[in-house]
Design a protein around this ligand. Structure first.
Ligand SMILES: NC(=O)c1ccc[n+]([C@@H]2O[C@H](COP(=O)([O-])OP(=O)(O)OC[C@H]3O[C@@H](n4cnc5c(N)ncnc54)[C@H](O)[C@@H]3O)[C@@H](O)[C@H]2O)c1
Length: 430
């Protein structure tokens, strides 16, 4: 059934009030630009639809397709429509009849790119972008926190390969660029097995640097703002060495990333490996990671009160995923070998942030004609150990050496996340 045509397409405005129609840019000889709607057709979608009683199927289908059309502007030809049958708790998967269109690059421009952790949140968005741009992409992932469904729409594509592998073990492949992202990123995930997190950061990075050395590939590691710990300097500049508790519950991640950076520069100095270090600040996240944004959105959509840990005065800055992917690609293709902060400097207190999430969820519910039973409240609970009080990137270096700065406002990014979470809830996966 054709989607209804009288739905308003989603308009996203950037910081200067200009409509965002594409993401990426041509920089350092690498073109990373793709239309936003093509990308949205890949991630703002349900992985499967619920089967409904026969008499309701037509309505459900129309509504679902109409919702879908708002995000994807008719690009649903590239959708996988698996069906979940609640009565038998079974799922009927489907494969794509057609892959999304990818650029046809001449062999001289087509790169062989390895993305470790490519099935995770950041990795899957990076993979979508690199695939649409026409490169050959290999994903290496042990699916600890990532899922095959995030990149399932590429399986079988001639430019794509997916390998189940733990980076703690050596791996050999010919490639031109390595984006080394493999590492659980949220506290509940990286604390689940602290020793394996340290092994992933140390041995995983060692293995991937060894690979970069052998193949002469350029190596980019996704480091983190956590290397600054609970900082005494605001905002955090790349030259700040940090203030990290080496034995606290977060140390497996913070110290893991610090030693991963040490290894990276060791290989650079000793073996001449071409390295890039991205210190990523908080990025809007996937629904299951237990971090502040996802908790707030899920709670608000479920009509539950929002939980703020501490007095809500601790601040965070959040960037949207497309800005991060732009930054990672720019850094990889630039000549900048020093660490580079990639984040959005718009600082919000956690309390303000809870208010913003509540307001946006209410807006989206109004648009959808949903009337909540009551207004959700914001409740305060004791703060967890080692939770940094304040974190904000100084992104001068990214601006100067990559000509990169965030385009997405916190509000627009959040709005898109709320819609994404809603789609996930509709399919029953949150
Ligand atoms: N999302 C953020 O806000 C943020 C902030 C700072 C840094 N980072 C860094 O970016 C990278 C990606 O983060 P994310 O948010 O996508 O997290 P994620 O948990 O969604 O993705 C991590 C991916 O790595 C895989 N993985 C974990 N350990 C592995 C191992 N030993 N071998 C192979 N694969 C493994 C997971 O299965 C998953 O697919 C991480 O290195 C993280 O430290 C993320």
């Amino acid at each position: 059934m054709a989607p209804s045509t009288n739905v308003d397409p989603i308009k996203t405005l950037d910081k200067n009030g200009q409509e965002i129609k594409s993401v990426g840019f041509q920089r350092f000889g690498f073109d990373s630009e793709v239309p936003i709607d093509l990308l949205r057709s890949l991630y703002l979608r349900s992985h499967y639809v619920l089967s409904a009683p026969v008499e309701q199927v037509d309505n459900v289908d129309t509504k679902e397709l109409a919702d879908h059309a708002r995000f994807t502007q008719g690009l649903n030809a590239y959708q996988s429509k698996s069906i979940y049958h609640p009565e038998t708790q079974s799922i009927s998967y489907t494969t794509l009849t057609r892959f999304p269109p990818v650029k046809l690059l001449p062999p001289s421009e087509r790169k062989r790119i390895l993305v470790t952790g490519g099935a995770g949140f950041v990795g899957s968005h990076l993979v979508d972008r690199l695939m649409l741009l026409g490169h050959e992409v290999t994903v290496l992932d042990n699916f600890f926190t990532g899922s095959k469904t995030t990149i399932g729409h590429w399986v079988g594509h001639p430019n794509f390969e997916m390998v189940r592998h733990d980076v703690v073990e050596p791996f050999m492949i010919e490639c031109d660029q390595i984006y080394h992202l493999a590492c659980p990123a949220s506290p509940p995930h990286y604390q689940f097995n602290a020793i394996h997190t340290v092994k992933t950061s140390f041995m995983g990075t060692l293995n991937m640097l060894g690979l970069a050395k052998r193949t002469k590939a350029r190596f980019l590691i996704s480091s983190t703002s956590e290397v600054y710990g609970d900082p005494e300097v605001h905002p955090q500049h790349e030259d700040y060495w940090g203030h990290v508790n080496p034995i606290g519950p977060r140390a497996c991640y913070d110290e893991g990333k610090r030693v991963a950076e040490t290894l990276t520069y060791g290989y650079h100095r000793q073996d001449g490996v071409e390295v890039r270090v991205a210190r990523i600040f908080n990025t809007y996240v996937n629904p299951h990671d237990g971090r502040v944004v996802s908790n707030f959105i899920v709670q608000a959509l479920r009509g539950e009160d929002l939980t703020v840990y501490g007095d809500g005065k601790q601040t965070r800055s959040f960037q949207y995923i497309h800005d991060l992917v732009d930054g990672l690609i720019a850094l990889m293709n630039s000549s900048e070998t020093r660490p580079v902060n990639i984040g959005n400097g718009d600082e919000f207190t956690i309390g303000e942030f809870a208010e913003l999430v509540r307001e946006i969820v209410e807006k989206v519910q109004r648009e959808d004609g949903v009337v909540p039973e009551r207004r959700v409240q914001i409740v305060y609970k004791p703060i967890p150990i080692d939770d940094p009080q304040r974190r904000r990137p100084d992104t001068t270096r990214a601006k100067e050496s990559l000509a990169w700065q965030p385009r997405w406002t916190v509000r627009m990014g959040l709005e898109e996340m709320v819609r994404y979470y809603k789609a996930k809830m509709a399919e029953g996966s949150i």
